[in-house]
Design a protein around this ligand. Structure first.
Ligand code: 5AD
Ligand code: SF4
Length: 478
């Protein structure tokens, strides 16, 4: 084995370890098959797309173990709560849900209640679950996901509670089964973890160091997805632009995009999230030259003031960010640009916030995801001076939202009268219309004649007839 091959092999979980998990799954399945009724399972997901992708793997493993999916947690024999730790609001919600499941557990003592994902990885949280939530049977972190069959088998058999919160994964498990939600859109993780250590962010602390999947593994999964008819594939990573960094096969993100674009089939390629410090012309060129890549970039700027950007450890200035936006628009004039921003970072002053407002006004994002800063224990920002009261931060937040809503509404209004190609991905809640996404990811509610369930999974031409800040409405054009 060459040094390269050895290094590469070390980044993947070994075949024999994965085989052992399949053996555990087979044993659980055998027990389940001998039961009078097929047992049910339910996976409840919080947080980002990476968690959604992880939950699809959990569901895949549960199917392999002989569980059928339940409509909700109440009637299920195994309930898994896949948690998020990004803001304290997300954590409180999850703790509320876990608390509410306590009574169900009391009524059906045989059921297994599992908590996994980012929350257990946070310092002290596994301990909190151990002490204050005694009816939770199984707690495991993101790095133990691939060991779920073994852990569930243990929880089913033991009287003891099972805790598996590993430090830093480092290795990647390939070939886990995945039960995907829907048949039109698919998540395709290309990397895990984050090395950026933005000072407010808990992700590098809970998801560990950045590690990329091998390009060949990504390509074979993309091929399999395209062959099974998926029409919208989103490449996922905390920072996709540093894909391949430190890797041994010389892959980088623009190169990966070009390779995925070469996979046969009629599908769109999306990706998220991009970090401004690693994005540049090479990426925009690849996007513009690859016909399957959506003309959309989600490029979080987080703050408009350079003082705050520095304190956040973002690695760019507002000027550099604006230059990046100019480059993207020069190469792809029709590109849709969305972003994330945090309001009320510790030490942020009104003048810094004004710089955020100015940046939003200059760029005119198609959509903006706005968050009020939430201190995360163990991050540098959590111990920074934070004198601005919550009330004031909320007022800034409302101001920003109003400003962005006007921009989004204005941008969307410009679609009215145009005919755009959109991928129909489902039925609107309420049932009266179908939902579709434009190439740039804008949501279109399609109503009126000519459209039906047979269009789900198809690219159709839609005449846009109406618009709002967050969505468009239209009719199918024959
Ligand atoms: N407080 C508020 N928002 C945060 N984000 C990440 N960490 C925090 C935090 N501590 C936001 C960032 C990121 C998005 C996914 O969540 O804007 O891009
Ligand atoms: Fe968090 Fe920054 Fe990494 Fe994004 S790039 S996950 S904000 S540390």
């Amino acid at each position: 084995m060459s040094a390269d091959t050895a290094a590469r092999a070390a980044r993947k979980i070994g075949k024999s370890d994965l085989r052992r998990q399949r053996e555990c799954a087979a044993r659980v399945r055998k027990i389940n098959e001998s039961r009078a009724e097929t047992p049910l399972s339910y996976v409840d997901t919080y947080g980002c797309q990476q968690n959604e992708a992880d939950s699809e793997k959990l569901r895949g493993m549960l199917l392999e173990m002989g569980y059928s999916p339940a409509a909700d947690g109440e009637g299920a024999d195994v309930v898994v709560i896949n948690t998020c730790a990004i803001r304290s609001h997300a954590e409180k919600r999850v703790l509320g849900v876990i608390g509410a499941l306590g009574h169900v557990k009391a009524e059906r003592p045989g059921r297994v209640l599992a908590v996994c994902g980012c929350m257990p990885q946070r310092a002290g949280m596994a301990e909190t679950l151990r002490r204050s939530y005694g009816y939770v049977d199984l707690v495991f972190g993101v790095h133990a996901l691939w060991r779920f069959p073994e852990l569930l088998e243990k929880a089913l058999g033991d009287k003891e509670r099972v805790f598996a919160v590993d430090g830093d994964g480092g290795a990647i498990a390939e070939g886990l089964p995945s039960a995907r939600d829907g048949s039109v859109k698919a998540w395709l993780p290309i990397m895990y973890g984050c090395d950026n250590f933005c000072t407010y962010c808990v992700v590098p602390h809970v998801r560990g160091r950045e590690r990329s999947r091998e390009a060949d593994d990504v390509i074979s999964e993309a091929r399999a997805l395209a062959d099974s008819g998926y029409r919208d594939i989103t490449l996922l990573g905390q920072n996709v632009n540093s894909y391949g960094r430190g890797g041994v096969d010389g892959a980088d993100f623009p190169g990966l995009l070009r390779r995925v674009n070469g996979v046969d089939g009629d599908f769109l390629i999306r990706f998220m999230t991009s970090h401004p410090k690693d994005a540049g012309e090479a990426l925009f060129r690849a996007m513009s030259e690859c016909e399957k890549v959506a003309r959309h970039i989600h490029l979080p700027f987080q703050a408009g003031g350079d003082r705050v950007l520095r304190a956040m450890n973002r690695g760019y200035t507002s000027g550099a960010y604006l230059a990046l936006i100019d480059a993207a628009r020069r190469i792809m004039p029709d590109i849709v640009i969305t972003s994330d921003v945090i309001v009320g970072f510790p030490g942020e002053l009104r003048e810094d916030f004004d710089a955020t407002l100015r940046l939003v006004d200059t760029v005119r994002f198609d959509a903006l995801f706005t968050f009020i800063y939430s201190p995360r224990e163990g991050t540098p920002a959590a111990v920074m001076d934070d004198p601005v009261p919550k009330r004031e931060k909320q007022a800034w937040f409302d101001e920003l939202l109003a400003s962005q809503n006007a921009i989004s509404a204005n941008k969307h209004a410009a679609y009215v009268g145009r005919t755009v190609r959109a991928l129909v991905d489902g039925r609107d809640v309420g049932g009266g219309a179908w939902t579709a996404r434009t190439n740039g990811g804008r949501l279109v509610r399609v109503a009126g004649g000519g459209i039906g369930d047979g269009d789900i999974g198809r690219f159709i031409d839609v005449k846009i007839t109406g618009s709002a800040a967050w969505s468009l409405t239209g009719e199918k054009k024959e």
